[in-house]
Design a binder for this molecule. Sequence first.
Ligand code: ZN
Length: 153
Amino acid sequence: MTTSQDSMYQAIILDHYKHPQHRGELADFDAEVHHVNPTCGDEVTLRVRVTDGEIAELGWVGEGCSISQASTSVMSDLVTGSTVSNALGLQEKFLELMQSQGNVALSEQDLESLDDAIAFEGVSKYPARVKCALLGWMAMKSAVASATSKSEA
Ligand code: ZN
């Protein structure tokens, strides 16, 4: 990774930390989850509304380190308005990116679909911070699973 790419990635993370997207509590929602990352003290409470197989709305509140909060913001931007299957596909790719330990094996196309989330690539080199970056994504995955199982019942 070049230094300029590194600082560009840091700028993306800082921008999302300062201006979190989709932050707030949804009044109308199908599922709510609360996830914590005890090793760092990060917390996120996330609500989703799923309509016709799409994440119609997502809102979250949280506290913790800049990586956890910025990553949740980036995730929210990417999955809101997308289909559930696309959102879960992105979650898998992001998980793969985070488990790569700096040796990313994803295709160009996969990396492109992750958009701003690739800014967290460097985090994969620090195992202690990987859980921070994954917190919001894991919360989204379980909230969506809960919302979709409810609508099928
Ligand atoms: Zn953290």
